[in-house]
Ligand binder design. Structure first.
Ligand SMILES: C[S@@+](CC[C@H](N)C(=O)[O-])C[C@H]1O[C@@H](n2cnc3c(N)ncnc32)[C@H](O)[C@@H]1O
Length: 279
């Protein structure tokens, strides 16, 4: 017989922890996620030398757990699924509408894009590749990409910009040759984004639930994809409103495929499904 030595998370502690996570980070955890939360947080109990979730819950809710513990906890509960060229329609729209519109203005202001739930950086580096490709076919201009996320662990990956080879299958071959460096290790094939694209991209931690965002106010595009699904309608409205205040007038805003602004009051004009322009 096997003994189950793992600490169990009871419904009361689950409710307390999930409320805390939802109130402070907007991440909804329905009761169906209890076992997931229990297994993901088991390592935090061990790290804090605690034997029960009741003790851990009390520690987190008491405010005695420092910022570092909260960051570690959120790292474990956030879902970071992402891909290069995920939801490719947004990148086609950039190439066909947004970037031609930008060069037509003949401005000297850099083209600025914010990947506001960047996860491990695939979205930000796809944007960098699309812009670089466009510049090759048209003309050169200055551009900057900001990636932010709540998870510091995932942001470290984004900064390192190293990915397993199979993650970049979707990147067109010509772009792979220009923008990806291959590791020599045959056992563990990896690629790294080239320094010239990394230099255009910076990452820092930012909680979309914060009252205001410490970020520039003049973005040409904000990507806010596959993060609002975790938030309720009221929080979605607040987050989109705050993000819109960082867009240029006429700037573009992209949501994930299962997200919408229907029924919420935000200064955005729909252009195509999940694509909007700031009013
Ligand atoms: C599913 S990933 C989406 C990544 C990328 N935008 C895409 O569509 O491929 C969601 C990301 O949102 C981040 N996230 C969750 N809550 C957040 C919050 N309150 N503030 C900032 N980022 C958050 C998670 O850490 C995760 O990396």
């Amino acid at each position: 017989m096997f003994e189950n030595n793992q600490a169990q998370l009871n419904d009361v502690d689950f409710e307390k922890l999930s409320n805390f996570i939802y109130t402070n980070y907007g991440i909804k955890l329905p009761i169906s996620k209890k076992i997931m939360l229990q297994s993901r947080l088991a390592s935090r109990l061990k790290a804090n030398k605690m034997s029960s979730f009741t003790e851990y819950t009390r520690y987190v809710l008491s405010g005695k757990a420092g910022e570092e513990e909260i960051v570690n906890m959120i790292d474990l509960v956030s879902t970071n699924k992402t891909d290069f060229y995920r939801e490719a329609g947004h990148f086609d729209f950039m190439r066909e509408v947004v970037l031609p519109g930008y060069i037509a203005k003949e401005t000297n202001a850099p083209f600025k894009v914010w990947s506001s739930a960047s996860s491990s950086g695939e979205e930000a580096y796809t944007i960098a590749m699309v812009i670089s490709e466009f510049m090759e076919e048209h003309r050169k201009f200055d551009f900057e990409i900001l990636g932010t996320d709540i998870s510091s662990r995932i942001l470290e990956k984004a900064r390192t910009a190293i990915y397993p080879m199979d993650r970049v299958d979707v990147v067109p071959l010509a772009q792979k040759k220009k923008y990806l460096l291959r590791s020599k290790d045959q056992e563990n094939p990896q690629v790294r984004i080239v320094p010239q694209l990394r230099a255009r991209t910076r990452f820092f931690r930012l909680n979309l639930m914060d009252n205001s965002y410490n970020a520039p106010k003049d973005f040409d595009i904000i990507f806010c994809r596959n993060v609002l699904i975790y938030f309720d309608r009221e929080t979605q409205e607040q987050v989109i409103r705050k993000l819109c205040s960082h867009l240029k007038p006429g700037g573009y805003f992209f949501l994930g495929h299962s997200e919408s602004i229907s029924g919420i009051d935000v200064p955005l004009r729909p252009l195509k499904p999940t694509m909007f322009m700031k009013i």
